[in-house]
Ligand binder design. Structure first.
Ligand code: DGL
Length: 280
């Protein structure tokens, strides 16, 4: 551990949290960074609110017991918009959640029309309605929910080609909606989607601003942990499905991870050795 470095656990359903991890790693602050993905349950965007309110706190409290981070980043909008309260109640360390970037998108639009691209769960959450009412009540917000884009990002990070149909469908859903011809800012309210920013921009009918929450989360974390300046160090990554993680390991290795574990669900989310990590 770098002297004085704070240990941070970044959590998502899959590889999406890597977009937040990247912003934290680039923040210039001394963090020891661990990553956990509940990829056995991917996609969270198709789970019920109740399922997530039970699963996410149970899993995170076991990870915190075993890895003892100084803070947890719930790098998943779908979980943050429904389960932050039970997660905070279950954990003894600070929890930083992801907020759909509606406020900065509303501040940046010149036309008054913003897009909100998220999972099917996040687009229809009361939390999202409240953010829009609070920060974008004088704007037109075009919402589009896509689980297919989550899978497209997973595929891209496995080194496969992201499904073009998922990208085209999302762009059509935003730009062909009423008012879509005026759209100039898109809030990427799923952490998987910044990983596809280039693909989305390539298909969009005109240039627009694609906003995500990564840098805001990194700033929040520095503030919450009173982090020192210095290099971050990449530590461990763990997955609830070792089998599906295997195909994505190159994306983790490219970020400096070399220590991989399997979170064994039964009986109680035990972190166990992940064999065959070198096969990716
Ligand atoms: N990356 C997650 C988010 O920010 C969700 C992906 C999923 O549906 O599992 O919403």
């Amino acid at each position: 551990m770098v002297n004085g470095a704070k240990r941070v656990l970044v959590f998502d359903s899959g590889v999406g949290g890597l977009s937040v991890f990247d912003a934290i790693a680039a923040s210039g602050h001394a963090f020891d960074l661990d990553y956990a993905a509940d990829n056995a349950w991917l996609p969270y965007g198709l789970k019920t609110d109740e399922q997530l309110r039970v699963r996410v706190p149970a899993l995170l409290s076991r990870l915190v017991e075993q890895w003892a981070p100084d803070a947890v980043v719930v790098a998943c909008n779908t979980a943050s918009t429904i389960a932050l309260e039970p997660v905070r109640a279950a954990l003894s360390v600070p929890v930083v959640g992801v907020v759909p970037p509606i406020k900065p998108a509303a501040a940046q639009t010149r036309t008054g029309v913003i897009g909100l691209l998220a999972t099917p769960a996040t687009v229809q959450r009361a939390y999202t309605d409240d953010l829009i009412a609070q920060f974008a009540s004088d704007k037109r917000v075009i919402r589009f929910g896509s689980a297919a884009l989550v899978e497209a990002a997973e595929r891209k990070l496995r080194g496969e080609k992201a499904q073009q149909s998922a990208i085209t469908e999302a762009i059509d859903g935003l730009f062909s909606a009423p008012g879509g011809d005026q759209l100039d800012v898109v809030a990427l309210a799923c952490t998987h989607f910044p990983l596809l920013a280039a693909e989305l921009a390539a298909v969009a009918p005109r240039p627009c601003l694609w906003m995500d929450s990564g840098e805001a989360i990194a700033r929040r974390l520095v503030h919450v942990l009173i982090a020192q300046e210095g290099p971050s160090r990449v530590q461990r990554a763990a997955f609830t499905s070792a089998d599906s993680a295997r195909a994505s390991l190159r994306a983790f290795k490219a970020r400096g991870f070399s220590d991989f574990s399997h979170i064994v669900e039964a009986p109680n989310f035990q972190i166990a050795p992940f064999d065959d990590a070198s096969s990716a």
